[in-house]
Design a protein. Structure first.
Length: 488
């Protein structure tokens, strides 16, 4: 029996065609993947199937009910975990769960058995606000909220983006348990290991289904997109034992009451080095990065970034570093040139300097024709290149990249790392956090935090040999599984 049938669905947003004659079906109890780059139309498809958006043409049914004519029946039967919003950050864990149960005219008590195995893992935090949870815990809560009314079909829109590899593995183990209950699961993901856990996948690009088949068939047929050739690990261009240290940290501690988020860490990073700063959600790496970038003050210990003291000269640090995050890096309602001018001005560059360097940068990126294009209308890969270029526009001593490639397809990520290598070759130190373990292989050295401490530090090869693991994914998992404190 078919749980989902989609026939020639199309959808426009003004001049943009989000979906074009899309057709596919999903079997009852199947784990079905919908994969493709940002802007491919995945979210529009999910919203149509959940009866949250009307198609312009075509038909679709979920559990035999029409998504337009029988939307009330659809909503009783589907669970939806959207990519960008699914929890109320200011409500507690328990309040979120009760709220979503009320939306479906049911109660948590009535359906507790259906979420017990998942909720029991976070129930001890039931009085904590959702915004204070780690990525892995938020993920489990959002899944409970999507399952609280016992749906027969579950839609998951990139549910693990920004979540560490161990939490991602745990999440997919939960999905395997849901499949055993004959729940149909439709999931999108940018992670290839998760794509391979699906029984079949549909590759959606520019609103068109390019292919449907097993993960092996699709990943092979479209290998240029999903499995581009890796970047050959560079020789450390400018790094040797006499190279100057751009970052120096000694016995750094950040405590919140009795809780030590960062617990006595020490390390150095040299000029022109690509330094990977890894750790599971809640390990302390974001807190450490906030101290290094002047956003937070340490409880004890010392640190210097580009020669400035992180305790007393944090305003100077901010002028001499670059920063790019996954969550925010560009103003989408400004043009390309306006974004460059704004950030260059913040970093203290003169108008003359900005004009001269803007022309050169646009030429280098092949963006000259898009000088006056709103950033919101650029493809994700272009935004990413621009955001990185803006973050190093003032030639900082070090650039901090906080999960800069989250949710991005492998081909685009590869292009981004070519930009990183080019910056390092020019002597800019790159301090990067990532949950993609193939990217960890591209770093000169890596530190891995567990429970607020640095548990491993060395080149990728050194760590693999020392811990007797085949790749960085296994190294990370081996160390992260040793955590004793909760990620919260």
């Amino acid at each position: 029996m078919k749980a989902i049938e989609v026939n020639n669905i199309s959808k426009h947003y003004n001049k943009v065609q989000a979906l074009r004659n899309v057709s596919f079906s999903v079997n009852k109890g199947e784990v079905f993947g919908v994969i493709g780059p940002d802007g491919a139309g995945k979210t529009s498809m999910y919203r149509i199937l959940c009866s949250l958006l009307l198609p312009e043409s075509g038909t679709a049914t979920v559990d035999g009910f029409d998504v337009v004519r029988q939307m009330n029946e659809i909503r009783k039967r589907v669970g939806y975990m959207p990519g960008k919003f699914s929890l109320y950050q200011d409500l507690t864990v328990e309040e979120n769960l009760h709220f979503f149960a009320t939306l479906f005219n049911t109660t948590v008590e009535e359906n507790y058995d259906s979420i017990k195995t998942i909720y029991s893992q976070i129930e001890q935090f039931k009085d904590r606000k959702a915004g204070a949870l780690s990525g892995g815990m938020k993920q489990k809560l959002a899944l409970c909220c999507a399952l609280v009314h016992r749906p027969s079909v579950l839609f998951l829109d990139e549910p693990t983006t920004g979540v560490d590899p161990v939490s991602r593995k745990d999440f997919w183990e939960i999905l395997a348990q849901l499949k055993e209950r004959n729940i149909t699961i439709v999931a999108s993901t940018p992670y290839l290991d998760e794509v391979k856990k699906c029984e079949r996948v549909a590759f959606l690009s520019e609103g068109i289904i390019k292919g449907i088949g097993t993960p092996e068939e699709i990943l092979t047929e479209f290998r240029d997109i999903f499995n581009p050739p890796g970047i050959e690990h560079r020789e450390s261009y400018n790094i040797n034992k006499t190279s100057e240290n751009v970052i120096e940290v000694e016995h750094l501690v950040k405590a919140f009451g009795t809780f030590h988020a960062v617990d006595d860490i020490s390390f150095t990073v040299k000029k022109g080095e690509i330094f990977g700063f890894l750790g599971a959600n809640g390990a302390g790496k974001t807190t450490a990065m906030h101290m290094l970038t002047g956003l937070n003050q340490p409880t004890s210990g010392t640190g210097r970034v580009v020669g400035f003291d992180i305790r007393t000269e944090y305003e100077q640090i901010k002028k001499h570093i670059g920063y790019m995050s996954q969550k925010f890096s560009l103003y989408e309602d400004l043009t390309v040139a306006e974004n460059i001018r704004l950030f260059a001005g913040i970093y203290g560059m003169t108008d003359k300097e900005i004009r001269r360097k803007t022309d050169r940068l646009l030429q280098k990126l092949d963006f000259s024709e898009h000088r006056n294009t709103l950033v919101a209308s650029l493809p994700l890969g272009w935004k990413q290149k621009l955001a990185f270029s803006v973050s190093i526009f003032h030639e900082p001593g070090v650039v901090f990249l906080d999960e800069p490639t989250g949710g991005v397809d492998p081909a685009t990520r590869r292009q981004f790392w070519e930009l990183i290598y080019d910056a390092a070759k020019r002597g800019i130190t790159v301090f990067v956090t990532t949950h993609y373990m193939d990217e960890a292989e591209y770093c000169d050295r890596i530190s891995i935090m567990v429970d607020g401490k640095i548990k491993a530090l060395g080149t990728p090869n050194e760590l693999k040999q020392k811990l007797n693991q085949p790749d960085m994914d296994h190294v990370f998992t081996y160390l992260a599984r040793q955590a004793t404190r909760s990620s919260d």
